[in-house]
Design a protein. Structure first.
Lengths: 309, 309
């Protein structure tokens, strides 16, 4: 799957991923109204609204981008109906040929991690049959429980040709509280990064490993160090735009081959129509605003990569 | 909710929680057959089988225990149908008066953690209405992202009178890979424990905080240290039985008031009928085997607590 992701990045010239993290207040009123008219102000109505919102954004952007990253929390908040909208979104993005990174940040002890891995990336056995539960292509994983929490995910990835992005250094302000603490003179995130690199080397695609890392755009200096520490690791970089990162700050997340990183923007794309820069589209044309924001993001990152050459 | 949990522990004399983590191969064949006859060998059939299995175990044990801990991974592996069985289980346990600890190990950056918190412990707004998505009483949370990943959970707990158990030292063999690394001479888990204690002191029930910790039964020495480091923190202790812990190893997780810890057993209870010690019940009477295993666990822990007095 890492090979497919790289192929699609090369084809689109867009090392970016659109974060499908719909808050209900991002969804334009006309879509909410239509959904509520059909299903009422219910969890079903909310799920329908975010699904319709996602669908229009995917329709308006899928030809420009290699991948999407739905954040499952935004769906889980609407209970079972929300989880159904998550699955519908994953399936629809697959129909459109997109790589789907399930931002699920799961992680547990062995047999439990295996159940998560099976549910999100693999197939579960039921009697003589087997079924894919959610069927994302990649999943994000939390490393706090150590390697026996990670290995079941790797096993499923190997069997199913899927991939992981393991949290190394997250984009939020307090990520340093534990991740930056020094252990034998080096921050915890470097030790985690080193471990991700070791797992990755044993699980290679053609040029990069299918065991990737998450490193926040908001920490470009740390990104520089981690890039060198994990040369064959694809880095998923959240925090572009709304959280503060910009193209020029992100060139060090890439290798000299122009690959090795994929930059996520969520709110900056899906709620673009709410920004001054895209206000002229109006809320009726929110998806067109998202398309323009994708184009601008690609130009920003591509420009920065060209300038750094 | 911590007050309710303590009240129920005192009433049942059982500082234990039954982990409802159903693997399909724990479910006796007669239940699987009945479910598959109705729904086929499908995800729906599997979900029905684990729900019926849970229901019988809850019916056979609810009067003996204060709480259950469904592990959401075991449900997510069956996709949407599995998640429905999770919700059904949560609701049924509430009907039976049990405290429900959602073992979800979620954790993300601010707004995303908020969505998880809302979905699992709180209520989400939809237009002028609000709805509980999954409505557990406690949730387990991963601390790797630091305090801005935790605070949204705490906020929802405060509003909704719910609680958390934050991972400090997990029960699995490789938990030490990162959690035991020394920072300024002390292992990471102690730093996390200290932080849990600090969050907890600001969020007190009557005698204990509603911000609890997870510390594995398999690490009794570390449990001893953490017990002292977090005197007002309730500790959820997984790893009893199947993972190796026994009552006499666990007395140090408790305070002198006989409270402060709740010991989880999953497989040891729900799949008791598969153990030699309970084989005489037979698979038809699996729930009675679970009831006996609960009684034996309570006696083991209560005996150890009495002996330690």
């Amino acid at each position: 799957m890492i090979n497919k992701l790289i192929e699609k990045i090369q084809k689109t010239h867009a090392p970016i991923v659109v974060g499908l993290d719909p808050m209900l207040n991002y969804v334009p009123e006309h879509i909410q109204k239509r959904a509520f008219a059909e299903y009422g102000e219910t969890l079903e109505g909310a799920a329908e609204a975010i699904w319709q919102f996602n669908k229009e954004i995917v329709d308006a952007t899928y030809d420009l981008i290699p991948a999407v990253k739905p954040q499952v929390a935004m769906y889980e908040q609407f209970g079972i109906e929300g989880v159904k909208a998550f699955k519908k979104t994953v399936d629809y993005c697959h129909e459109k040929g997109l790589v789907v990174i399930g931002d699920v940040k799961r992680g547990d002890i062995g047999s439990t991690s295996e159940a998560y891995a099976v549910g999100h990336l693999g197939k579960v056995k039921v009697g003589s049959q087997q079924f894919a539960g959610f069927d994302e292509d990649f999943a994000t994983v939390n490393p706090y429980l150590g390697s026996d929490g990670i290995k079941p995910f790797i096993k499923v990835c190997k069997e199913e040709n899927k991939g992981l992005f393991i949290l190394v250094k997250t984009s939020n302000p307090s990520s340093g509280e534990f991740q930056d603490r020094l252990i034998d003179g080096r921050p915890l995130y470097e030790w985690v990064g080193e471990q991700v690199d070791a797992w990755g080397k044993e699980h290679m695609g053609d040029s990069y490993s299918y065991i990737g890392a998450v490193v926040g755009a908001t920490y470009p200096e740390q990104g520089k160090v981690l890039r060198k520490l994990m040369p064959k690791t694809f880095i998923l970089v959240p925090g572009y735009g709304a959280q503060g990162g910009r193209g020029k700050d992100l060139v060090h997340f890439f290798n000299e081959d122009g690959l090795g990183a994929i930059i996520n923007s969520s709110r900056g794309i899906i709620a673009a129509y709410k920004q001054e820069a895209y206000a002229q589209f109006g809320s009726q044309n929110f998806a067109e605003a998202s398309r323009q924001a994708v184009k601008d993001m690609i130009a920003d990152i591509d420009g920065a990569l060209q300038a750094a050459k």
